[in-house]
Design a protein around this ligand. Structure first.
Ligand code: KG4
Ligand code: ZN
Length: 379
């Protein structure tokens, strides 16, 4: 493990660039794959340690509120309107100029095509105008490598990636080398949180709203299924659980605040039981695939911000003899610090992309992973 520094401050409390040392690289990262417009600057030292210098994230939720979900065209326009300003803010907070950066990284997929084009084309323009290397980053790889930035943790480790579009267990063997151990056969976990929130009349994004409501609820009042519990294959499923919440809600409607809190707490307890069981199975299979004991278990992606989930996974990891890591809450959801860091890791290995690099709305990290019956094709 390598000691990392998150935000490099001067005595006056202003961010300053880390003293230039041999082999240190500075990367500007851009994230526009869904509904967060973000830019960040990170430094990677020659010993592989990291320093997050600035990170600016602008959520677009108010643009999509009336539609109950992210509208791709609106998202792309909103990125186009503010990305220049967000990049300027990230550079200015870092005390850096475009001339200082050694590479420009942008999320090139998977995600919504319009937003990806806005981010990648902006990165290409900067790279071309400033003669800097371009790194077209896989957004999932960026989530996967975030613990390198925050905890100085190098591969190998097993990662639970839980976001709005993905629920996967990935064996992170090295930068760019991933084996998918498990995936969801229907909804992603974040999607299940969002849909459950919607049917209970809670605001979007649903994950934080369900988590908040659950804190006052009774998790045992409603009988809810624990999907896939005990199955030998390690995959996930959440669609049935979400439907069961709908049925219980209809049985007691009209819903009081207590009903909603109890349903949220019950949903979260069922999610945790299922995810823990699936991860326990996944850890065994990942160790078989690696041919060695794992030392670290990681959670990343928006849902990894859920405190109940983090506590449950910490306990599971301990039981399995593994150290548990999850990024700080602000770096669980989509951000550009993780894109900049993935870009820096690739740049340090000479893995750069041509200026005609395509956006890839679908871009699995493990393209060899066998198809799972019923599983979505988003990644
Ligand atoms: O990684 P992310 O920001 O974007 C994607 O790449 O999808 O994840 C967003 C998802 C949303 O579904 C949101 O409801 C969920 O993460 N989420 C949470 C929490 N915070 C965000 N789910 C459960 N508990 C939370 N605290
Ligand atoms: Zn994400």
């Amino acid at each position: 493990m390598i000691a990392n520094q998150l935000v490099f401050m001067s005595e006056e409390g202003k961010p300053v660039l880390p003293a230039a040392v041999d082999g240190q690289i500075l990367v500007l990262g851009i994230e526009t794959s869904c509904d967060e417009t973000a830019a960040a600057v990170v430094a990677r030292r020659a010993d592989g340690s990291a320093c997050l210098i600035s990170s600016v994230v602008r959520a677009q939720w108010e643009h999509h509120r009336d539609f109950g979900g992210v509208v791709p065209e609106i998202a792309a326009r909103a990125h186009a309107e503010c990305l220049d300003e967000i990049i300027r803010m990230a550079l200015s907070e870092a005390g850096a100029s475009l001339a200082d950066v050694d590479g420009v990284a942008a999320a090139a997929g998977p995600g919504l095509i319009g937003g990806l084009i806005v981010g990648l084309v902006s990165a290409k323009a900067i790279a071309m105008a400033r003669q800097k290397p371009l790194i077209a980053v896989n957004h999932l790889e960026a989530h996967a490598l975030t613990v390198g930035l925050t905890d100085g943790l190098p591969p190998p480790y097993l990662m639970l990636l839980v976001s709005g579009g993905h629920t996967q267990l990935l064996l992170v063997r090295d930068v760019g080398v991933y084996t998918r151990i498990a995936t969801t056969i229907d909804d992603a976990l974040g999607e299940a949180f969002d849909k459950t929130a919607k049917l209970l009349g809670l605001p979007q994004p649903g994950g934080p709203a369900v988590e908040e409501c659950a804190t006052t609820g009774n998790p045992t009042r409603f009988a809810l299924p624990r999907p896939m519990l005990g199955r030998s294959e390690p995959h996930f499923s959440f669609a049935g659980l979400k439907t069961a919440v709908r049925h219980r809600a209809h049985e007691v409607a009209p819903l009081t605040n207590t009903d909603v809190a109890d349903l949220c707490a019950g949903f979260q307890a069922a999610v945790l039981a299922s995810v823990r069981d699936r991860c326990a199975r996944g850890i065994d299979l990942a160790e078989q695939a690696l041919g060695a004991k794992l030392g670290h278990f990681v959670a990343a992606g928006g849902v990894a911000a859920n405190r109940t989930l983090r506590a449950g996974l910490t306990e599971l990891a301990k039981k399995k003899g593994l150290a548990f890591h999850a990024p700080p809450l602000a770096l669980c959801g989509d951000n550009a610090a993780m894109i900049a860091w993935a870009g820096a890791e690739r740049l340090a290995r000479g893995l750069v992309d041509p200026l005609d690099a395509p956006v890839r709305p679908r871009w699995p990290l493990d393209s060899e992973a066998p198809k799972v019956r019923g599983a979505g094709v988003k990644a």
